[in-house]
Design a protein around this ligand. Sequence first.
Ligand SMILES: [Fe+2]
Ligand SMILES: [Fe+2]
Length: 143
Amino acid sequence: MTKIHALNLTQYQLNARELDQQHDYFEQLIERLSKTLIQSNASIHRETIMIELNSFARFHFISEENLMKLANFPDYKAHKAQHRELLGALEKFESKLDTSQSKASVDNAFTFLIDWFGEHTATMDKLFFDFLMRQKLSGDNRE
Ligand SMILES: [Fe+2]
Ligand SMILES: [Fe+2]
């Protein structure tokens, strides 16, 4: 399973670091959900964490997209499309939990989500952060 972890962007500008703190929090939420899926069959526990995960994913994606628009990031549309894809996958995962499908099917869907999110952060988000970094450097050179 891909590990989701923040990119530790100490060298990046402040707003990119804020986004990365959100990645940290996302990682913690997913760990909590993972533990709950293992420890509890009570659907109410799963549902409450799923609501939190879903809300946080929406908030995080909007934060990222707003920053992309402000920075005139050229790959904004493709990045946003990936965010929408993940939200769609999250919804499907939620409905699997609702209909109490087999543990294996829930586990598979969960692993898919984690891998997907980990991959997105390490590749697509990294591209955006690199773009911000280049912008910052060219701005510094102009001063
Ligand atoms: Fe992100
Ligand atoms: Fe993203």
